[in-house]
Design a protein around this ligand. Structure first.
Ligand SMILES: CC(C)[C@H](C(=O)O)[C@@H](O)C(=O)O
Ligand code: SF4
Length: 415
């Protein structure tokens, strides 16, 4: 019988044949952590008294949650990890300002068919490249740093097919929200979602990264796009070489499948206070917004800033607006293409490479009773600051339209 992508990757990584629900030990190709969880990873390593790292080349560290450090404690956490990286001569260490870990992994490290484990739930992001990627707790990650291995339960594979092409301004975020609208946020527990794109060019890499990022909001163990020409082109253009790709067999068996017709996907938002409280923009049309955030590992890529700049060009923001490209690489490209200038002239505060407001850490905390429109992935009570704030989640077009109109509207309403 044919094999799914999940089975192919986990068979290679475990060196045995696997079936859904098997518990297997797998070799991990990339293990990673950031500043906030890295602190705990290092604490566990120190408690164990271990000094040997299994494979220095496979370990990636990037600072993002506490960038730039908002207080002495955060500065100290980063200082500790910096010393750790120096002590072990960790070459894949990215200090403040390089980018959000998941973006850095996509840009520089992950390859199709790999097993990627990082101390952050949005590690599923790397599934955009066809890698089996999962978030784990800090102690599990510490164990991988030492042994190069972990154990997991083989998830049940679920197939999603994307057919046709999305309408103008409809991106990966609307597709992720469409999946959450239909299945809610607990359906995919214990499953790996494998996404097949019928016409690769209809769904560019940036869109795939957003959908994979939100795999964890669907409660999936992992969400992988079947590698295709878009995957190969992306790695060639970012890293200058052509990767080998792994794909499922044509007769692979899935527990179920679901098809999304991209041209029918609507403008959607997650209304307060859960990601699967998905509504059509028409149903919340005119809701007044105080603060717009464009960024995060969900929607901090070049196409997000291209869309925001196209919509905001020549206009002034009517809300507070904070815009944060997910990495230095994205920021630099957006700068060269004039998107940053457009956003700055519209009155946005722009910086790069930090989680900042996404997690209510710093750099733009929501006040009580404020209405926030964010392109990030979580809107539970208190996520971005005050527990009395109301957070809507959307794609970049709805966010930019809200920034220039002060309301939740469709992009066509402000063009
Ligand atoms: C702080 C970190 C552990 C957390 C995660 O795991 O996702 C954060 O990145 C988030 O988005 O809530
Ligand atoms: S940008 Fe937000 S969702 Fe992504 S890793 Fe940072 S805090 Fe988590």
């Amino acid at each position: 019988m044919g094999k799914t992508l999940t089975e192919k990757i986990l068979e290679r990584a475990s060196g045995r044949s696997v079936s859904p629900r098997d518990v297997v030990e797998v070799a991990v190709d990339i293990v990673a952590f950031h500043d906030l969880t890295g602190y705990h990873v290092i604490e566990v390593l120190e408690k164990l008294g271990e000094t040997r790292i299994h494979n220095l080349d496979s370990l990636v560290i990037a600072f993002d949650h506490l960038v730039p450090p908002p207080d002495v404690r955060s500065a100290e956490i980063q200082q500790n990890i910096r010393l750790f990286a120096k002590r072990y001569n960790i070459k894949n260490f990215h200090d403040a300002g390089f980018g959000i870990l998941h973006q850095v992994l996509i840009e520089k490290y992950v390859l199709p068919g790999q097993v990627v484990m990082a101390a952050d739930s949005h590690t599923t992001t790397s599934g955009a490249l066809g890698a089996f990627a999962q978030g784990l707790g800090a102690s599990d990650i510490a164990a991988i740093v030492l042994t190069g291995k972990t154990w997991l339960t083989v998830p049940q594979p679920f197939k999603i097919r994307l057919v046709g092409s999305p309408r103008e301004w409809i991106t990966g975020k609307e597709v992720a929200l469409e999946i959450l609208r239909v299945f809610k946020s607990d359906y995919f527990n214990g499953m790996s979602i494998e996404v097949f794109v019928d016409n690769p060019n209809s769904f560019p890499m940036d869109y795939r990264v957003t959908v994979a990022n939100m795999g964890i909001e669907m409660n999936a163990d992992t969400l992988m796009f079947i590698p295709d020409s878009v995957t190969v082109d992306y790695i060639r253009s970012e890293r200058g070489f052509e990767p080998k790709i792994v794909t499922p067999d044509p007769d692979a068996k899935y527990v179920d499948e679901y098809t999304i017709e991209l041209d029918k996907v609507d403008f959607l938002v997650s209304a307060p206070h859960s990601v699967d409280n998905v509504k059509s923009v028409r149903d919340v049309w005119g809701t007044e917004v105080d603060y717009v955030f464009i960024g995060s590992c969900t929607n901090g890529r070049l196409s997000d800033f291209e869309i925001a700049a196209k919509i905001m060009k020549g206009k002034k923001a009517k809300t507070r607006c904070i815009a944060i490209p997910a990495s230095w690489n994205v920021f630099r490209k957006a700068l060269n293409l004039g998107y940053i200038q457009t956003l700055v002239e519209a009155g946005c505060i722009v910086t790069y490479g930090t989680c900042g407001p996404c997690i209510g850490g710093h750099f733009g905390i929501a006040a009580p009773n404020e209405v926030v429109l964010s392109t990030s992935n979580r809107n539970f009570v208190g996520r971005m600051g005050s527990p009395q704030a109301k957070i809507y989640l959307s794609g970049p077009a709805i966010a930019a339209a809200a920034a220039v109109s002060g309301k939740i509207v469709e992009p066509g309403d402000v063009m």
